[in-house]
Design a protein around this ligand. Structure first.
Ligand code: TXA
Ligand code: MG
Length: 318
């Protein structure tokens, strides 16, 4: 069992000793280590059971030290930083020699993010090293949006979970590669293509990969998966193969009459796409723990963060 509290002094001590600490962010909880400590970073990979070819995002308090870690930073970085940071966006930039190859899985690019959660920011401000942090879930499983989610799965392997409440956004950061021409959107998140296009009026390509050799290896097609089967097929068609009580439904805003109310989770009764994102991973976990055989997910609108939710659903099904 890990301790769950808000003790950033203890968190700092653990990180300085080369240990891991689970940290709250506005997107999902992260599993943090000193990015410059090879042993500590090695622990991230072993605790998560994560393959070493999957690179890690570096978390910083603000841009004041960015030139220690990146080089040839394009001016659009500062435009996007001023518009969205601290916030749910990660930038791929050319790395400098100070970033270990272990962090980038050998790539010459490093992902940098400036998270918004107040407690995590207080901790980052106290540290004199950058923090590497992937989502704090076992590799391939649903990302955690509450301290208890981390405790349920990794509590036996870490000492401290900093409790910053529920992650306000609930889906991982948008990842954008600023080293390519045109620049590329690698992972959809809370900051949409439209949001970015409002700030910079240059070409922007969406590059969502699902091949075996993606630019962002963690974006493998099979990801974010519950243990139970997940389906977007119609409930009617599922009822040919399953009984009513074998099906759990994650609904957008309304109950269906086809399944008992107790087996249904409503993402957003008021029809707010951001609220749907906030509940999405949590409800996927809740459904996964029900005594059912298959989880049905209703179609989600694709506006704003809805594009990112739909992307997660496709990867979870793959
Ligand atoms: O919102 C987030 O970004 C959360 C919170 C904790 O900050 N972090 C997160 O990390 O989602 P992770 O490791 O679960 O997913 C980040 C993905 C990696 O799987 C990897 O594909 C991609 O970012 N990535 C990181 N560094 C990269 C690099 N140098 N080149 C290409 N892709 C990279
Ligand atoms: Mg992850």
């Amino acid at each position: 069992m890990a301790v769950i509290n808000t003790d950033i002094v203890f968190a700092k001590k653990l990180l300085e000793e080369g240990q891991l600490v689970a940290v709250p962010t506005e997107t999902v909880y992260g599993l943090a280590a000193n990015a410059l400590n090879e042993k500590a970073v090695g622990l991230i990979f072993s605790v998560k059971n994560r393959p070493s070819y999957d690179p890690l995002i570096i978390h910083l308090y603000d841009h004041s030290q960015i030139e220690n870690f990146c080089q040839n930073i394009p001016p659009i970085f500062y435009d996007l930083y001023n518009a969205f940071c601290p916030g749910p966006i990660s930038f791929l930039l050319e790395k400098s020699a100070s970033i270990p190859d272990q962090i980038t899985a050998g790539s010459t690019k490093v992902a940098i993010r400036f998270p918004k959660n107040t407690l995590f920011r207080k901790l980052l401000k106290k540290l004199d090293f950058p923090v590497a942090a992937p989502s704090a879930n076992p590799f391939g499983y649903i990302s955690p949006t509450k301290a208890q989610h981390v405790e349920d799965q990794l509590g036996a392997k870490i000492e401290l979970i900093l409790d910053g409440g529920s992650s306000k956004i609930g889906l991982e950061s948008t990842i954008i590669d600023l080293t390519t021409d045109p620049i590329k959107l690698l992972r959809l998140g809370a900051i949409s293509k439209e949001d970015i296009s409002e700030v910079i009026n240059i070409g922007l390509e969406i590059n969502k990969h699902s091949s075996s050799k993606p630019d962002a290896p963690g974006m493998l097609s099979s990801h974010y998966s519950p243990r139970k089967k997940l389906s977007t097929k119609s409930i009617d068609s599922l009822l040919h193969s399953y009984s009513k009580d074998q099906i759990a439904c994650i609904r957008y805003k309304q109950l269906t009459k086809l399944i008992a109310d107790d087996n249904q989770l409503i993402l957003t009764p008021s029809g707010d796409i951001n609220e749907a994102a906030f509940h999405f991973f949590d409800y996927l976990r809740v459904a996964d723990q029900m005594p059912i055989s298959i989880i049905h997910i209703e179609a989600i609108p694709t506006e704003g963060i809805g594009a990112a939710i739909n992307d997660k659903i496709q990867r979870a099904i793959a």
